[in-house]
Each structure stands twice: as structure tokens, then as C-alpha cells.
Design a protein around this ligand. Structure first.
Ligand SMILES: Cc1cc2nc3c(=O)[nH]c(=O)nc-3n(C[C@H](O)[C@H](O)[C@H](O)COP(=O)(O)O)c2cc1C
Length: 218
């Protein structure tokens, strides 16, 4: 596996409803990530994928639905994730949970951070709920994340932060921390078998590795 290329940061827009705010926050953060410079940035919008709510059955040989496979190829290329979601009823949207549950090896042994938004809590409860999920994949949820309380006051009507410099501080903290983890875990995924995985790691298709990409469905 090449370790010379920049790590890929997948920024995932997790809400899919019409007129959502998610893309505004995600586009801002993607621009910050480009500016930071440590990553190749891939902005993934779950609204562009028709993921079935009905998950796979128990046949590990069964083909994945085309949309799941299409998203899986993109996730497999990622070396780090930032999950952009609102808080829905104190947790995170079902659209993101569905995406999480379709995959295993694509999340594994990668660092994960969050950009959450909501009312007074800024979506903190939705972040904490996700922190309880990712140990299942031996993913690392990092210390820093971005929380936008009363998010409608944080961005103007043109989708720009009201206080760009101020918002850059938590963005840089997230990006710096992910930039520490991502190359290290990429190297570890390639070279150091992890003792507690009961599924195969997913790696980008173009990268020859002894670990083949697979989306485990059971
Ligand atoms: C189903 C649903 C549940 C919500 N629950 C909360 C909540 O518990 N706390 C909160 O502050 N805002 C809540 N909101 C308000 C959302 O934070 C707000 O509508 C936001 O724009 C949703 O993100 P989106 O536009 O990307 O879908 C909820 C919105 C929806 C649609």
C-alpha cells in the first residue's frame, strides 16, 4: 500500500431531507480541510445514494445492492471520516445509521470526528451516541469535534460563517488531530493485523494489498 499519497478525508453529509442545512456546514468544512492541506478531501452526500433500509440477510456471498457497493467503494478509499449531522430527537439521523450499518471494513481502524449542529446543545447528544457505535469497527473517535449551537446564527443567508476566523479554530483542531491519526492507522492497516476484527478490512481498490476490500453484510 502506498503511504506517500496524502490521506483521504471523507466528509459525510448525514441528513438527507429536502432543504436541509447539512450541505452548508459540510461545504464550509470541506473548504477548511482543503485549506489545511493535509488531506485529499472527498465530500460524500448520502442523499446521492439510495441505500435500502432493509439490510442484507445472512448469506455472506450475496451481492450487495448496487447503491451500497457504489458508496462502499468511496468509503474504502477513506483514511479518516468527519460525519456531518444534525441532532434529531437527541440522536443522529436514521439515514446515517443505515449507512453505518451497511458497512464494517470500510469504517475499521480509521479515525472519526464529527460536525454536529442543532439548537442550544449543538447536537452534543448525537455525537455521544455515535461515539458508542464506532468501537464496533475498532475505529478511533477522536477528542476534537465541531458543535454548532443555534446553527442558524452561525452561518449567514449565503451559507458563509458569520465569524470565519472563530470557526476556523475548532476546524483546525479536528483536522490536526485527524492528520495525526490517519497516516498512522493507514500504515497499521496495511502492515499490522489487528487482533479483534471479525470481518475483513476494506481498502481502496487501486491499492494492492493482502487485505481485500469487502463489505461484510451480516
Ligand atoms: C426529526 C427531527 C428531530 C429534531 N430534533 C431536534 C432535537 O432534538 N434538538 C434540536 O436542537 N433540534 C432538533 N431538530 C431540529 C434540527 O436540528 C434542524 O431542523 C436541522 O436543520 C436539521 O438538520 P438538516 O437540516 O440537515 O436536516 C430536529 C429536526 C428534525 C427534522
Amino acid at each position: 500500500m502506498s503511504t506517500t499519497r496524502k490521506p483521504t478525508l471523507a466528509i459525510i453529509i448525514g441528513s438527507i431531507r429536502p432543504e436541509r442545512f447539512g450541505p452548508t456546514a459540510a461545504r464550509w468544512f470541506a473548504a477548511e480541510a482543503e485549506r489545511h492541506g493535509a488531506f485529499e478531501v472527498d465530500l460524500i452526500d448520502l442523499a446521492e445514494y439510495q441505500l435500502p433500509m432493509e439490510l442484507a440477510g445472512n448469506d455472506p456471498e450475496a451481492a450487495l445492492p448496487a447503491e451500497v457497493a457504489r458508496l462502499g467503494k468511496r468509503l474504502a478509499k477513506a483514511d479518516a471520516f468527519v460525519l456531518v449531522t444534525p441532532v434529531y430527537n437527541r440522536s443522529y439521523p436514521a439515514s446515517l445509521k443505515t449507512a453505518i450499518d451497511w458497512f464494517y471494513g470500510e469504517w475499521a481502524l480509521r479515525p472519526v470526528s464529527f460536525l454536529s449542529y442543532g439548537g442550544v446543545t449543538g447536537g452534543l447528544t448525537s455525537v455521544e451516541h455515535r461515539r458508542g457505535v464506532f468501537p464496533e469497527f475498532a475505529s478511533v473517535t477522536v477528542k476534537n469535534f465541531i458543535s454548532l449551537a443555534d446553527f442558524w446564527k452561525v452561518f449567514d443567508h449565503d451559507g458563509r460563517p458569520v465569524n470565519s476566523e472563530g470557526l476556523r479554530i475548532p476546524a483546525a483542531a479536528v483536522l490536526d488531530e485527524l492528520a495525526w491519526w490517519a497516516p498512522m492507522l493507514r500504515e497499521a492497516r496495511a502492515n499490522r493485523p489487528y487482533p479483534a476484527l471479525d470481518f475483513q478490512l476494506a481498502v481502496a481498490e487501486e491499492e494492492p494489498a493482502d487485505l481485500e476490500r469487502t463489505a461484510v453484510s451480516a
